[in-house]
Design a protein around this ligand. Structure first.
Ligand SMILES: O=C(O)CCC(=O)C(=O)O
Length: 298
């Protein structure tokens, strides 16, 4: 099967693109989960969230998009078909949407908070700022480490990527670059790009939009899968990830939210009633990733 990633095509089941493995068999064992995270750089967990809770979040978001005239109501609302001429949107930090209980019921559910307390064997917190993406036709996310966006607190911080719909390959699910978080091949990337802070350095955030480039230069394998509502994909700050391209006429609704031990330092940009968020990134003169990489010699 051929998958579209950024502007390239990749064959599922090839050396370049494989399938993510789930960690449900070790769910009850925090030490095994921690070891798996160290080994793989991610945890794919099936059915952790209650499907009906995620469905309620999806309905809430789609009703809102419909009010904004972004949905083609000639189709059932819950299909999330893109209205002609409408586009996707980044709704991270939206007070109206991401502070509503109908959204928080999923990303702060007892199931997910309980999972992180179990996994980290401690009391945990989640950033108040929540990232919410409405990904339109032709859109994708380029490859990056999350540390460059949220690295001012503990590095023992995890992203939980939550599908707010059932996602097939064509709608552009997330992919992980397995091998990018440890070992020597990516060491130089971690020590240069991985030390960056987008607000301080004012560099564009994506390391690359070409999924083959990194494989050729540094190795590893992209891996992805299809998702059902209830599944989550959790990964660390130095795990390179990107999305496939949405080639459907439907929005890909997903959120990515962050969790850590409550007793470790927190990146203050993402905390509180009115988080500061990115205060200087993409303002004024910005350094292109191409320029930055030339400097880093990678
Ligand atoms: O959903 C996406 O397209 C990007 C998500 C992401 O970059 C993240 O979860 O850190």
């Amino acid at each position: 099967m051929i998958l579209k990633m950024a502007h390239r095509e990749m064959e599922l089941g090839s050396a370049q693109m494989g399938t993510l493995r789930d960690s449900n068999a070790i769910l009850s064992d925090p030490k095994a989960l921690q070891a798996r995270m160290v080994e793989d750089g991610y945890l794919l967990l099936r059915g952790v969230q209650k499907r009906e809770t995620v469905l309620a979040t999806r309905r809430f978001l789609l009703e809102n998009l419909a009010e904004n005239e972004q949905i083609d109501l000639n189709y059932p609302l819950m299909e999330g078909v893109i209205k002609e001429g409408a586009r996707g949107d980044f709704l991270g930090g939206s007070k109206q949407l991401t502070r509503d209980p109908l959204f928080l019921n999923t990303v702060e559910s007892p199931e997910i908070m309980g999972f992180f307390a179990h996994f980290l064997e401690a009391s945990v917190l989640t950033f108040d700022y929540k990232w919410l993406r409405v990904v339109g036709n032709g859109d994708f996310t380029g490859a990056h480490y999350d540390i460059v966006y949220m690295g001012r607190g503990t590095q023992n911080l995890y992203t939980c990527w939550t599908p707010l719909g059932d996602l097939n390959y064509d709608i552009g699910p997330l992919a992980i670059l397995v091998g990018s978080h440890r070992g020597s091949a990516y060491e130089r990337v971690r020590e240069t790009y991985g030390k960056m802070d987008v607000d301080r350095d004012k560099v564009t955030g994506w390391f690359s939009s070409d999924p083959y480039e990194m494989l050729e230069k540094f190795g590893g394998q992209w891996q992805t899968t299809e998702f059902q509502m209830g599944d989550v994909l959790i990964f660390g700050m130095y795990t390179m990830h990107a999305s496939l391209t949405n080639i459907t006429n439907r929005y890909r609704l997903t959120s990515d939210t962050r969790y850590q031990r409550a007793d470790e330092p927190v990146d203050e940009r993402w905390i509180g009633e009115n988080p500061l968020a990115h205060y200087s990134w993409q303002e004024g003169k910005t350094v292109s990733m191409e320029e930055a990489r030339k400097e880093w010699k990678i």
